[in-house]
Design a protein around this ligand. Sequence first.
Ligand SMILES: NC(=O)c1ccc[n+]([C@@H]2O[C@H](COP(=O)([O-])OP(=O)(O)OC[C@H]3O[C@@H](n4cnc5c(N)ncnc54)[C@H](OP(=O)(O)O)[C@@H]3O)[C@@H](O)[C@H]2O)c1
Length: 385
Amino acid sequence: MNSSSLLARSSSRISTITLQLRSKFITSRSFSILSNSRFLGEARISKFPIVKRVQPTQFRRIRTISIGDTKERVHERSDYPIDKIRELFKNDTISIIGYGPQGRGQSLNAKDNKINVILGLREGGRSWKEALQDGWVPGKDLFNIEEALKKGTIVGNLLSDAAQKELWPQFVPHLTKGKTLYFSHGFSIVYKDQTHVVPPTDIDVIMIAPKGSGKTVRSHFLEGRGINSSFAVFQDISGKAEEKAIALGIAIGSGYLYETTFQREVFSDLVGERGVLMGAIQGLFLAQFEVLRARGHSPSEAFNETVEEATQSLYPLIGQNGMDWMYSNCSTTAQRGALDWYKPFRDAAKPVFEKLYSSVADGVETRLNQKVIIMTNECYYVYVL
Ligand SMILES: NC(=O)c1ccc[n+]([C@@H]2O[C@H](COP(=O)([O-])OP(=O)(O)OC[C@H]3O[C@@H](n4cnc5c(N)ncnc54)[C@H](OP(=O)(O)O)[C@@H]3O)[C@@H](O)[C@H]2O)c1
């Protein structure tokens, strides 16, 4: 039986819909197995109404994409010429406080885009030394945190989430009327009961949250691609907060931006990293590894069938081509088995995800996190197989 006939036969019992995003910056990939209607098949994918143009405003063109029954507004770098972005920020100094993976990637991208960007770092720290190595010049575009906060008209708070809480009292006097404060994570604002980060009410507060490591923010930019980011407006005093968020998002290296709120960003982000991005995948790896070992398989065999093949072969292919491609490019035995077993795995995992989401939404997760972060400032959990 060839692959398409197996998928066709199976379609009557799989609840699926094609999720496909097209843009210059996103490879077209389809993940039919992700949601709730019948499998549409490749022939239908091309008819799926992906992008509907909406009337452009002055230099912004908003696109609406349809995924299933849901329409979303998205923004692409190709619709925001960099010279217009420079014009928008021509009177601004963008002060990026922090030079971890995000601060480094975002500030270097903005600098390469010829936006007026400076750094605010603690003198002599690891970040300060790295910034010097990257060509930032003390007194020109590298300052201590206090000085950079004073100079910035747009302040990026890209400190570690723990330091955002600790240093917040230092920020407040410099966040004067007319300034803009931006974050790359909703954490400090949403969990204000725990962080005490409450911005003055006369400034714009926005977020650009790259969906990837800061290292990818930089490497994608250098490759001429952009990272996908979400953006949100928490306070719009100027009436231009959204425009600033989108333009700044492009300036720091985004290729594609979708709307969110601070709360939705932080909830989905915390669920994601505890879930499929790290915690759930580690749990699944372990469960499979332990069963294979207990059933007499050698460590090499258990490791290769669990971690090596997944991370070195299948997952990169899924990333490049999509899940549907993966189904049509593996053996029929693998297809049959995966189609039979994805549902029991989903059913077993779903209650865990529900519990996880509630823990995030109730603030239990972040209360736990804060304790660990404050004790050690960094927390690594390493499990050696
Ligand atoms: N990493 C990601 O993948 C990612 C993705 C999207 C969004 N974000 C968000 O982006 C923001 C920045 O994250 P990140 O991962 O780039 O940075 P990070 O590694 O969490 O933070 C590092 C920066 O914080 C500074 N810092 C820490 N404690 C400090 C203190 N007590 N005083 C002064 N500076 C201090 C460090 O300076 P020193 O070197 O001097 O210690 C360094 O510049 C966070 O809100 C994060 O949630 C991160």
